[in-house]
Design a protein around this ligand. Structure first.
Ligand code: BV8
Length: 261
């Protein structure tokens, strides 16, 4: 962990890319884990414009239940440490695929949300986006108060383009960073999954934090096998041991494996 702390402290630009695994320790189910099913549907089937067209009621019931589940959860140490690094590590940037808003609730201010926000809705007719934190939703499916059209969750569904500005900023950051942490993602959803390789091609150190192997693992310079909360706590402790000016995070044990390629 000392070596990693050195790398992160020496880096002028550090980027963290997170996926659903970062929220797993908050109790939010991941997409492709054993709890990835919802009423025998997979996320890929429901998170599409076609599914919404076909059955907006069903899709909104799914989002309503996810919103309810997320609202009952708290950010975990992984979210909090990443929020702390935004203040403590110069040139730190957070890019997330998650739509749960837990990074923001943990205090992260500049989150690049590639796949949108489950707490926002969009009226396609008027092309306006509004924040809505009702749990549960009073009306399913919700409608626009101005024009009565169906509202949709302001998230990126499969087959939809990511918000161009966010994607472009994420790609620029990946291409210019010195170190990129990939935390809690199965690294199979594109174009987000391409970011670590963009960084690696430009000579950045790529650090994967995940209990399991992923398609990215072989390319990572460091593979830390374990839970995000525990591993980030250990790295955070090593950072504070080297730069005592910051307050300490709670101690944590860690079992990890480092393979330098
Ligand atoms: C697009 C929002 C084109 C909705 C989501 C190549 C290039 C471009 C596109 C494609 C391509 N190949 C295929 C595609 C199509 C598709 C795609 O990638 N499909 C995959 C399944 C093969 N991509 C798209 O459709 C994208 N759109 O490219 O459009 C285009 C261009 C122009 C014009 C029109 C169209 C859109 C993708 C976005 C989809 N939306 N979410 C919602 O959430 O409701 S994706 C969804 O998956 C979530 O956002 C999620 O974050 C994301 C990725 O999943 P993960 O976060 O990785 O979660 P997962 O469960 O898979 O893994 C969790 C990991 O955590 C595991 O590895 C586990 O081991 C680990 N873990 C568990 N516990 C812990 C842990 N890690 C650490 N600590 C723990 N405690």
């Amino acid at each position: 962990m000392k070596e990693l702390a050195e790398i992160l402290l020496k880096a002028e630009s550090v980027v963290a890319v997170t996926g659903a695994g970062v929220s797993a320790e908050s109790g939010v189910p991941t997409f492709r884990g054993p709890d990835g099913y919802w009423r025998s549907h997979r996320a890929e089937e429901l998170a599409t414009a076609e599914a919404f067209q076909r059955n907006p009621q069903l899709v909104w019931e799914w989002y309503n239940e996810r919103r309810l589940a997320i609202a009952a959860k708290e950010p975990n140490p992984a979210h909090r440490i990443l929020a702390g690094w935004e203040k403590r590590l110069p040139g730190f940037h957070l890019i997330t695929q998650n739509v749960d808003g837990l990074h923001q609730r943990a205090g992260s201010r500049n989150v690049i949300a590639l796949h949108g926000d489950i707490w926002e809705m969009r009226c396609g007719t008027e092309n306006v986006t509004m924040r809505n934190e009702e749990t549960p939703l009073r009306v399913i499916p919700p409608r626009c108060q101005r024009c009565g059209a169906l509202l949709r969750p302001n998230v990126v569904w499969f087959g939809e383009a990511l918000p161009q500005a966010a994607l472009h900023r994420a790609e620029k950051l990946a291409e210019t960073c010195d170190a990129l942490l990939v935390i809690g993602t199965s690294a199979i959803v594109y174009p987000a999954a391409a970011l670590p390789m963009l960084a690696k091609r430009r000579g950045a150190v790529v650090i994967e934090i995940n209990p399991d192997e992923t398609p990215l693992s072989a390319q990572a310079d460091y593979r830390l096998r374990g839970k995000a909360g525990e591993i980030l706590s250990a790295i955070d402790r090593a950072i504070h041991a080297r730069s005592p000016r910051c307050a300490r995070q709670e101690p944590a044990k860690v079992v990890g494996q480092r393979r330098k390629t």
